[in-house]
Design a protein around this ligand. Structure first.
Ligand SMILES: Nc1ncnc2c1ncn2[C@@H]1O[C@H](COP(=O)(O)OP(=O)(O)O)[C@@H](O)[C@H]1O
Ligand SMILES: [Mg+2]
Length: 339
């Protein structure tokens, strides 16, 4: 997805090359270091303990959730907690039958196979995956035409961890083959603050608590965005402030420069809200009409901007379309009843 630079900073996706580096460096390694998502953590702890006691492979797991909320992190944590190998791949990377067959046959007992963006697996790959998940076997077709033969290859008992930002696009036979499905939600601001505190420690930063709060408030409830903003604040501080200590004021200035308002809204978020308000009398307006009016793709609107605007309570999804809320109006500086 191509986004303007400002929007990329808050997109949650790992769009920058530096993201891979920050992600790796700041990624928690154990379940106890993983902040928030308490329900998932508790259930996971039980499953992990039970699988360890039985010395069996863990059941297949599906993680749903927006970009930057911790899906990949959890997959690594599971492998780390179980002390197993983890093999990382993604839906679009498994183009041919041979790609996925090669990976599956190389897995050892209890290994983890992580497939990111699993909703983007093509049909061929999905069909190989079904018996692999269910019966730990794959059926390979050798040759063509009437002389073609099918041979069955047994696989080691592995665990598939799938991650998707769009669970609705997952075919139901695939969805049904996961023993557990968990959805990651947006984080509380307090949790983001804790994540930032840990990140600041790892990065060796001297930073005021209020500066962390300032970043947390603009992080769109998303750990990856929070860590990215922290890095930008660090850069700003290094260039503009000689004494090295990051104060609230410094953080504020750095974040203002990035074009984020006090709750993390960007120009684009404003443009969306203002378009609904000015062109559609505050809504409801259908997604398609809105997308055309904004010159944006529907999927970008729906997956990147809308969830956050809904989470902040500024936008509402109704059966008749998107509608600005009274909180949204207030945020834009209008009062209810003005139009
Ligand atoms: N619960 C969490 N606690 C601490 N850090 C987190 C948490 N979730 C995500 N992060 C941070 O955010 C980054 C992005 O998370 P990641 O797992 O790659 O997201 P996703 O795979 O869902 O896009 C990680 O590198 C990690 O630093
Ligand atoms: Mg990921």
């Amino acid at each position: 997805m191509s986004l303007p630079k400002k929007e990329k900073i808050v997109s949650g996706e790992d769009v920058f090359t530096e993201d891979k580096y920050i992600d790796r460096k700041l990624r928690p390694k154990t379940l106890s270091e993983f902040i928030g998502q308490e329900k998932i953590k508790q259930s996971l702890l039980i499953c992990l303990t039970a699988a360890k006691q039985r010395q069996e492979a863990l059941d297949h797991i599906l993680f749903n959730g927006g970009p930057g909320l911790g899906k990949t992190t959890l997959a690594y944590i599971i492998a780390n907690e179980l002390k197993t190998n983890i093999r990382i791949t993604s839906g679009p990377a498994l183009e041919r039958a041979g790609d996925i067959a090669a990976i599956l046959t190389a897995l050892e007992e209890k290994d983890i196979l992580f497939i990111d963006e699993i909703h983007r697996l093509n049909k061929t790959a999905q069909e190989i995956l079904y018996p692999a998940m269910e019966e730990y076997a794959i059926d390979l077709v050798l040759g063509k035409g009437p002389s073609a033969k099918t041979i069955r290859l047994e696989l080691n008992h592995f665990t598939l961890i799938g991650a998707t930002t769009k669970p609705s696009l997952l075919p139901s036979p695939l969805r049904d083959r996961f023993g557990m499905t968990w959805s990651l939600n947006y984080y509380q601001t307090k949790e983001i603050e804790k994540i930032l505190e840990n990140s600041a420690k790892i990065l060796g930063l001297k930073i005021e608590r209020q500066a962390l709060q300032e970043i947390a408030q603009r992080s769109r409830f998303t750990p990856r965005v929070a860590n990215r903003l922290l890095k930008r604040v660090r850069d700003y501080n290094q260039v503009r402030n000689k004494d090295g200590f990051i104060s609230k004021n410094i953080a504020k200035k750095a974040l203002d420069l990035l074009g984020l308002d006090k709750i993390g809204l960007t120009d684009m978020d404003y443009k969306i809200l203002e378009t609904i308000l000015n062109k559609f009398k505050g809504g409801p307006v259908g997604l398609k009409t809105l997308a055309i009016s904004l010159g944006e793709e529907m999927s970008t609107l729906e997956e990147i901007y809308e969830p956050f605007l809904i989470q902040t309570g500024l936008l509402e999804r109704t059966p008749r379309g998107r509608k600005i809320t009274s909180k949204g109006l207030k945020h834009l500086g209008y009062q209810r009843g003005m139009f």
